[in-house]
Design a protein around this ligand. Sequence first.
Ligand code: R5P
Length: 258
Amino acid sequence: MDWGMKNRLSKLINPEDGRAVWLAVDHGYFLGPVSKLEEPAKTIKPLIPYTDALMLTRGTLRNCVDTGLKIPVILRVSGGNSIVGPALSNEGIQTSMEEAIRLNASAVAISIYIGTEHEHKTLLSLGQLVNEGQRYGMPVLAVTAVGKELEKRDARYLSLCCRIAAELGAQMVKTYYCDEFSKVVKSCPVPLVIAGGPKLKTGMDALELAYAAVREGASGVDMGRNIWQSEKAVGMIRAIRAIVHENAPVKEAAKFLK
Ligand code: R5P
């Protein structure tokens, strides 16, 4: 692996503990102004001090984030779909590698939709992105997306998705936590982070999720709604940070929610 690629990766996953807390705020690329992210600048700003990286689109980055940002950016480069369109899986690459470099991104992110009518297209897009990433030293984060089919999230399916993403060259994979998650981790040769998914019933549920994921081998989280849709968004990200970077037990981390 070349110096540029290694250097970018070291900004995203702390080389000391091998862990990462990323804040996902890219949802608008297909969901529009989702609840609590209507004004991204207001949502994002107070969370930045506790985040290792921001995952977002070029539009949100340019319009809603200060250029003095000190943390790395994971640029969402796939899209072309919407929640009201015919198929959420119909994504292509909508932001070029040149843009990612211009925006000083530390990684690019793309969703793959395995088992859908657009599986082939999204996997070839992943391959193309990895080819370009190799040329420029840009890591690729593959997101194993399930669209509206949340029930797909089991170890068998997610192992398949994560392994395919890694085989096609993704340097990092973002997936979901599931029962027997350690099987997913073991069969994926690159670092895995978890998404939070739709907001869980309680903040404690989200902390339990993060705790279980890292205990079973995840490198960390790339979480969105369970952080910024919480009434205590700053407390949530601080608690998740304690779990991911300090191995804090859930009860101890929960002090940030008081
Ligand atoms: C999909 O909407 C995006 O890739 C999100 O970044 C991802 O789902 C993580 O966000 P959440 O924790 O809200 O699921």
